[in-house]
Design a protein around this ligand. Structure first.
Ligand code: CP
Length: 319
């Protein structure tokens, strides 16, 4: 696995390896030899769409392991993409400066396109409504930490399932585990796309579309809420009006949920989780965001453990 493009690339063995290293990374302290493990390595974060968590957690992971980050404010605006440079030409240039490239782009398929031009690993940090496989790593790591298992549980995926790249990547990864039942709870205009539903059916995953979130709240172990992505509705603002505000997680909904359950959200949120929920111990979304640091370090830790030097691949033998 040289590039990380889509979450179907992972399997349980590769996930276990990453999560084992991620757990170890939680104990890395400044000033220790482990904190210099990526001394001399250079990572570029090339972001054509806004980000807080993904970009900063990757950059923090690199900084905390002694590596260096090359970046530009908003690649679409401040890199030479603004002058018309193609993505491929940018990649061919940046690979001369960095050992790996973390890419966020507004077009589905752009990570694959970048990988086809790259000689260093491309890590897909979100490609439009396509996939967000590194977020899926964080999410599955968080589920394991929060409810103590990755098998035999029920998850409700809620919100903008048509545009949500995190839910697409997460559905693929969760399908690798035994007996994970999925509820899809979405406004009509942003229902889960058929390719995911067909894939899940093909691999024997039980899934169901439901309209009423409160009807399944008592059953789910993981409630995964997402934002209605206004930026994807520029050519159909009426549909955005139909979708927004339809499903809100508030104290009333939390009262229906199991005591041992977790509310997750890839963030950012707008209004789909009320702030009153933040103080509930089951509100796991900021812990989830923090886990991005360890999952990022975990992936980079696999690089170290595999013996791959900076400039090499991301530990192909370990995936
Ligand atoms: N979860 C996530 O992708 O957040 P950012 O857009 O802030 O990176």
């Amino acid at each position: 696995l040289k590039h990380v493009i889509e979450s179907q690339q992972f399997n349980q063995a590769s996930l276990n390896t990453i999560f084992e290293v991620a757990r170890q990374m939680e104990d890395v302290r400044p000033g220790t030899p482990e904190s210099r493990a990526l001394d001399g390595a250079v990572m570029s974060t090339l972001f054509y769409e806004p980000s807080t968590r993904t970009r900063l957690s990757f950059e923090a992971a690199m900084a905390r392991l002694g590596g260096t980050v090359l970046s530009t404010e908003s690649a679409g605006e401040f890199s030479s993409a603004a002058k018309g440079e193609t993505l491929e030409d940018t990649i061919r240039t940046v690979e001369g400066y960095a050992d790996c490239i973390v890419l966020r782009h507004f077009q589905a398929g752009s990570a694959k396109k970048a990988a086809s031009a790259a000689s260093v690993p491309i890590l897909n940090a979100g490609d439009g409504p396509g996939q967000h496989p590194t977020q899926a790593l964080i999410d599955v790591y968080t589920i394991q930490r929060e409810i103590g298992r990755l098998e035999n549980f029920t998850v409700g995926l809620v919100g903008d399932l048509a545009n949500g790249r995190t839910v697409r990547s997460l559905a693929y990864v969760l399908s690798m585990y035994e007996n994970v039942k999925m509820y899809f709870v979405a406004p009509d205009v942003v229902r889960m796309k058929d390719d995911i539903k067909e894939y899940l059916t093909g691999v024997g995953v039980q899934w169901e579309e439901v309209d009423d979130l409160s009807a399944v709240a008592a059953e789910v172990d993981v409630l995964y809420q997402t934002r209605i992505q206004k930026e994807r509705f520029q050519d159909r603002p009426d549909d955005y009006e139909l979708a927004k505000g339809r499903y809100i997680v508030d104290a009333k909904l939390m009262a229906l949920m199991k005591q041992k359950s977790v509310v997750m959200h890839p963030l950012p949120r707008v209004d789909e989780i009320s702030p009153e929920v933040d103080s509930d111990p089951r509100a796991g979304y900021f812990r989830q965001a923090k886990n991005g640091l360890f999952a990022g370090q975990g992936g980079q830790g696999v690089l170290i453990r595999s013996g791959a030097a900076p400039g090499g691949d991301l530990g192909a033998s370990r995936f």
